[in-house]
Design a protein around this ligand. Structure first.
Ligand code: NAD
Ligand code: KPL
Length: 315
């Protein structure tokens, strides 16, 4: 990305840049119109276009080739950020001073804390967040699978992003994926956060699939207290109040419908990669403490996941 100079066109060339060429980034790049999408390279790296096969949800396999954004004239109309939550600030940092100040940035990370950190760091940029139930993985090099057909909600995080919501949704809809504008993205992120907080850490600690947590002692011993903590934090954070029992029902409904899934946190653990725990139970624990609410179960799950060995394990 290059700083806008006087003789350059303002953003509006229709190009969608994607920072984070992993599973979710490759999913979006594979569905967005060819020629309208490029990956943002790490500073100093140059490479041939990224080529891979995208296995669409209907089972059809399509070859995809996505260029890296290295033409100085290419100021994208939109920047999608599909790095892991813990990498987002450092990944954006080298690019933000060059990005025109009115180019919307859409954050796709699971969990919370990351969106607020980006908005605090760059309050004058239009920052939006996406909450998505699409699922993608890369079972082998060069092969990306659209494993779960979901939906994506996008909403404004910074004030400056509000006028950009409709054009951003329109641009993303050219992928053919299901996308909705969300007036209250904060609430939607919280709704997903409590589900992830009730499933992901248990699967990572117990090394089991989503459905299998439901009969495990660790889960049965702690789930009610966890839901009570989350209900109190939700209320203190100004979200729609939810009874602890409702939170537990929601968690268990998702654990059952995704019973055979390997959660994203267990998958990170199995591959020896850092998890997003600090943006899930860790975030709830931080917000709870800030609000004067006791959060021992969120803290215990965060501590246990942080202590897990950082080397690949067998599924
Ligand atoms: P991933 O690890 O497959 O992809 C992340 C990519 O970011 C990697 O290719 C990595 O090399 C790249 N990256 C890291 N630091 C970078 C930097 N400084 N500059 C450029 N690139 C950098 O992860 P993913 O599964 O695609 O998930 C991305 C985010 O989306 C996570 O927060 C995840 O929770 C969320 N999410 C993923 C899915 C999914 O199905 N994969 C679904 C919903 C939400
Ligand atoms: O979002 C998920 C994740 O794995 O991160 C759930 C809902 C738990 C599905 O696997």
């Amino acid at each position: 990305m290059n700083g806008r100079k006087e003789n350059q066109q303002p953003p509006g060339n229709g190009l969608i840049a994607i920072l984070g060429a992993g599973s979710l980034g490759q999913l979006w790049a594979g569905y967005l119109p060819t020629g309208k999408v490029a990956f943002v390279p790490r500073p100093g790296s140059t490479a041939e276009p990224l080529a891979y096969n995208l296995e669409r949800f209907d089972g059809s396999v399509h070859p995809v080739s996505v260029p890296w954004l290295n033409n100085p004239e290419e100021n994208p109309s939109l920047l999608l950020v599909t790095t892991k939550a813990g990498d987002t600030l450092s990944a954006l940092e080298p690019h933000l001073h060059d990005l025109p100040p009115d180019t919307p940035i859409v954050l796709f990370q699971n969990g919370m804390g990351n969106q607020q950190a980006v908005a605090e760091r760059w309050p004058h940029h239009p920052v939006l967040a996406a909450s998505t139930t699409e699922g993608a993985n890369r079972p082998k090099p060069g092969h990306t699978v659209h494993a779960g057909k979901g939906e994506t909600w996008v909403g404004a995080i910074t004030e400056k992003a509000r006028p950009h919501l409709t054009p951003t949704v329109q641009a993303l809809a050219t992928s053919g994926l299901t996308i909705h504008p969300e007036a209250d993205i904060h609430q939607r992120l919280w709704d997903k956060l409590v589900i992830n907080a009730g499933i992901n850490a248990f699967t990572a600690i117990l090394n089991c699939r989503n459905g299998d947590i439901l009969n495990q002692q660790l889960y049965l011993e702690h789930i009610d207290a966890l839901c009570t903590e989350m209900a109190a934090v939700l209320a203190a954070e100004g979200c729609r109040p939810l009874a602890p029992e409702t939170i537990r029902q929601r968690i268990e409904a998702v654990a059952r419908t995704t019973a055979k899934n390997t959660s994203s946190m267990l998958s990170d653990r199995q591959q020896g990669r850092p998890t997003e725990i600090d943006f899930i139970n860790g975030y709830i624990a931080r917000r709870g403490r800030a609000q004067g609410i006791d959060v021992p179960v969120n803290q215990m799950l965060t501590d246990q996941v942080r202590k897990l060995p950082q080397s690949p394990i067998r599924p």
